[in-house]
Design a protein around this ligand. Structure first.
Ligand SMILES: Cc1ncc(COP(=O)(O)O)c(C=O)c1O
Length: 386
């Protein structure tokens, strides 16, 4: 084939730094990069049992096409899951993870000329979905209380028309680890009501975070909620969902799922079985504490070496650290010394953040965190000497 002529949309989608770094992680590398949960918390035995039970119960039908919008068995369980997490009610559309939910929402709601606001920094992978549909992203800075709604408000005041969408990760932000304060949540929702834009609340860390009010519960008409079982159960199952009070949006998402046939039938049934058993619901407190204790150890190890995160992470997997050195070069040295992290510049959409790195406590074994930080510090020292 001659050199393909890619579409402008495809040209805007880039390989994320997380994907790039994953390819560098070999045996013996301490992984402070990944967004997967701790492998010791993925309930392998329960999953094995659930797959066996589903195959016995449904036979070959476990492997039929799933149909658009999700299986009734899973939707029923997800409604209860939402109630457990105080998320609110509405129509549920099952998706292949939060990532797929956001891609479908962008396909449904975003045309190439539509503006959307997003946090800066923000999760680089979901931005690919936004960028595919529209290049008109407008970054607004985040601090330790979440998106800076005063900056947003002054921008909204001077705009001729409001942005169509606002994308936020209010709880356990990726990559900053901060959780939006109640006051900012209220202000953000008021702005959405006043100026008439829709908030996409991307909330995959809620099950492993301290309870907060969802933006969705504050104003269901102005917010579309995106949930995921990737962090509390397993990302490889690819189970997420959209929750909305708009029947028209729910129907459109079902239409759009005809384009990719969405989520594996057997994985939906297995997830429904696991949710029905109450297994993860009974462990939510333990999950939160497990990750909180890993984060405490990460912060302690950083502090012992004179490093501090930009903001104190409140929940989730990530913290962001300014290394005062070009992070891409540091990564090459660090990988040679056996530790991986994600250079954070691509989480920024204003050409900043080149010296920042995202550190994760997700998949790494807790006992390896101090040594991971030691190796990072060695790489930093080598950099200074060079
Ligand atoms: C903020 C955020 N949104 C979405 C996702 C994707 O989640 P899922 O595995 O449900 O697609 C992640 C995964 O790391 C994330 O951190």
């Amino acid at each position: 084939m001659t050199a393909p002529m890619f579409t402008p949309s495809a040209m805007r989608v880039k390989r994320s730094p997380i994907e790039r770094v994953s390819a560098l992680i070999g045996q013996g590398t301490i992984n402070l990069a990944g967004g997967s949960p701790d492998p010791s918390l993925i309930p392998l035995e329960k999953l094995r049992e659930a797959y066996t039970q589903i195959i016995e119960e449904y036979g070959a039908k476990s492997f039929f096409y799933p149909g658009a919008g999700g299986l009734d068995q899973l939707i029923h369980q997800l409604k209860k899951w939402c109630a457990t997490l105080d998320i609110g009610g509405g129509e549920i559309i099952v998706t292949s993870g939060a990532q797929h939910a956001i891609t479908q929402l962008c396909a449904a709601l975003l045309s190439a000329q539509d503006a959307y606001v997003h946090e800066n920094p923000t999760f680089v992978e979901t931005m690919n979905s936004f960028l595919f549909y529209s290049p008109q992203g407008e970054p607004v800075a985040v601090d330790d209380q979440g998106i800076q709604t005063s900056i947003l408000e002054s921008r909204l005041k001077t705009r001729k028309s409001p942005p169509k969408l606002l994308y936020t990760v209010p709880t356990a932000h990726n990559p900053l680890g901060v959780t939006m304060s109640e006051e900012r949540r209220k202000h953000l929702v008021e702005l959405a009501q006043k100026y008439g834009f829709t908030i996409i609340e991307d909330d995959p860390y809620r099950p492993i975070s301290k309870p907060t009010r969802t933006l969705y519960s504050m104003s269901p008409e102005n917010v579309v909620y995106v949930g995921s079982l990737s962090k509390a159960l397993a990302p490889g199952l690819r189970i997420g969902f959209v929750l909305t009070t708009s029947h028209a949006l729910a129907e459109k998402l079902r239409d759009l799922e005809q384009m990719d046939f969405s989520t594996s039938t057997v994985n939906q049934l297995v997830t429904a079985k696991i949710l029905e058993s109450g297994l993860i619901q009974s462990k939510l407190g333990d999950l939160r504490e497990h990750y909180a204790s890993k984060m405490r150890l990460m912060l302690e190890s950083l502090r012992e070496n004179g490093l501090e995160p930009i903001y104190q992470p409140q929940d989730g997997f990530f913290c962001l650290v300014n290394t005062n050195t070009y992070a891409e070069e540091l990564l090459l040295k660090a990988v040679k010394l056996g530790v991986a992290f994600v250079p954070a510049s691509e989480f920024y959409f204003d050409n900043t953040g080149h010296t920042n790195i995202r550190l994760s406590i997700g998949p790494v074994d807790k006992s390896l965190i101090p040594e991971g930080v030691n190796r990072l510090v060695k790489a930093l020292n080598q950099n200074e000497q060079a």
